[in-house]
Design a protein around this ligand. Sequence first.
Ligand SMILES: O=P(O)(O)O[C@H]1O[C@H](CO)[C@@H](O)[C@H]1O
Ligand SMILES: O=c1cc[nH]c(=O)[nH]1
Length: 286
Amino acid sequence: MSISPTDLITNADGSIYHLNLRPDDISDTIITVGDPERVEKISKYFDSVEVKISKREFVTHTGYLGKKRLSVISSGIGTDNIEILMNELDALANIDLATRTPFNEHKSLNIIRLGTSGSLQKEISLESIVVSKLGIGFDALGYFYTSQNNSITESIKKYFALDFMPYANAGSESLYNLFMEDSPVDWFEGNTVTCPGFYAPQGRVLRYSPKVENLLENFNSFRHDNLSLTNLEMETAGYYLMGKVLGHEVLSISAILASRMTNEFAKNPEKSVDNLIKLALEKLSK
Ligand SMILES: O=P(O)(O)O[C@H]1O[C@H](CO)[C@@H](O)[C@H]1O
Ligand SMILES: O=c1cc[nH]c(=O)[nH]1
């Protein structure tokens, strides 16, 4: 069945609506970042770059690192952008844009987020790396897609006295194993909380009184069986939800720029992110 022109929108040149990309513009392995300026900080390590396309916050570079074809795409901030990014990447891989019909065979993409985050536990120190096992969304995206909600979401709802249901999904096991094999000692397994904001939703207080009291302390002290919450950021749960819904392998890896338990912020955030980029490219080029 053909998908309607208002559900699947293409531009005059045949590219997909927001990303401005055509199917050949992307690789099957895609690194994603929040900051559009981080795209070049990754593609500068490629041996060649064949595609450079941008629209709004979505900047794409595709090229080769050795024999491996890789794409890097920026999303901007927030799960609303991730919903657009993941749907449009999926459309490029799994829908014939000319006939507007899904291909019979499903193609699964490998999508790896290289982002930044704040840690919730003292032992996850500044400038360490968190590889997310689970992404837990405190935003509303989960309301609109069937998700793999499990007992942890009930437990979080109760502990934080939420009047909405968070959503939680696991990332790709195969990508997790690839990145955690022989990883440096400061790479931690994480259960990542994805927040619908940087300030109050992450327990920051500027020129207002917090409506939700003790949010950070509660993030820190929550336990479900042996599981604790490790870090805060703004996209992971959206990626893991959409990865499950659309059938793609997705992993989120974050450089810790803020230690929320010790109130420290990274002295050289660019260096932390660059270290993460170099290690990730080493893994992906194999
Ligand atoms: O550095 P990126 O990848 O953007 O990730 C983190 O940083 C942004 C907030 O500063 C949010 O997008 C958060 O998820
Ligand atoms: O504390 C932090 C640091 C980076 N990104 C976030 O979302 N939070």
